[in-house]
Design a protein around this ligand. Sequence first.
Ligand code: SR1
Ligand code: MG
Length: 427
Amino acid sequence: MNSRSQDSAGFAALDMSTLGERLGNVPAIADKVGRDISQWKVREVGDGNLNLVFIVEGDKGGVVVKQALPYVRLVGESWPLPLKRSFFEYHALRRQEKRAGVGSVPAIYHFDEGQALLAMEYLSPHVILRRRLIEGAILPKIGRDLGLFCARTLFRGSDLAMPTRERKQDVALFCDNVELCDITENLVFTDPYFEAELNQHTSPQLDGIVAELRADRDLKVEAQRLKHLFAAKAETLLHGDLHTGSVMVTETDTRVIDPEFAFYGPIAFDVGMMLANFWMSYFSQAGHENNGDRSEMREWLLSVTDEIWSVFRAEFSHLWRTERNGILYASSIFEERGDTLASEQALNTVLSEIWTDLLGFAGIECHRRILGLAHNADFETIEDPDLRARCERPALLFGRQLAVNRSRIHSMDEVNEMARIIASEDA
Ligand code: SR1
Ligand code: MG
């Protein structure tokens, strides 16, 4: 039985006034911040949907302290959520650091399972990627860094690379992240397609298209096929919530944060979610032109989607050729028999399936961020509802095309041209 304790007895949420007393005697934290807690400056900066996040600074330096709450912060105590998500976050971060390299995620200094508390590297002057995209910042390294992160974590967490016993034990461990999967299963794949209680959209501007999408039989079937894939294809350890709010950046550094939704699912899920968030940023740019034209930014965003996918493909192929030591596509029937061509054929088939599925996941992600409970700041910060709806509508149409027609779309050029056409037709 690997089930984590559901018991929150003894748990106490941190607050700014008690954090010093409670964590001042934890050596791993005091070493970073300084032993004199009277010098500690504590700020609560959590702006996500689920947790508390504190920045703690003292005479030696700073740390970030993230604590899960026993409920969904966005909604309140009426939606309980187990504390064990911090256990999965901790273990996912350790695996990601091993697979994608030191410096791909924040360093972890301390984990307290009972208090659902993680103390991590204070990333400064890093900013959430989504915020930088809303500001119109061009970040030269981002496509490459995210393509590499996805390829390395997703390949190395799968049966292509891992020893099978270790992987099966890990599948069993992460299987218990049921409640976070349940959020994704409902909020991403189902709720956007009917009048679920917590849904919201820009109304009345989008009422017409929302009704059309909810009546769209092909779309509803595809959304459920994608949910089926998400739930049934335990292919690799996913980040599980990989969007532009889960990445912190400077011009020269990229860190992926917040893998509390980690569990074993399809490789295409993380890549598709990440790409969708760049496409949503693309559609939202028209709502942020008060400080100047965003044409260059728009084209750059599309070039990032191209780069993420081409770097992912190249790195995944490299790992296929050099680290394929798991049970899948055994080299004993390919390379060791001199049949490299068959191995390359198998690689292309695997990549082509990832491609088709990631388009579907991306389409669904575009819908849920506009029709569901958890929206994106890219659109939400556009104050004028008419302008916001003019940005959201093409993203909805684009998402529908991706989800329903994914098996007929063969290149990133095609996808990005479709984005341009839909944005211009709907302008
Ligand atoms: C109730 S939680 C809503 C969303 O926040 C997280 O960041 C995930 O994206 C989840 O779907
Ligand atoms: Mg998050």
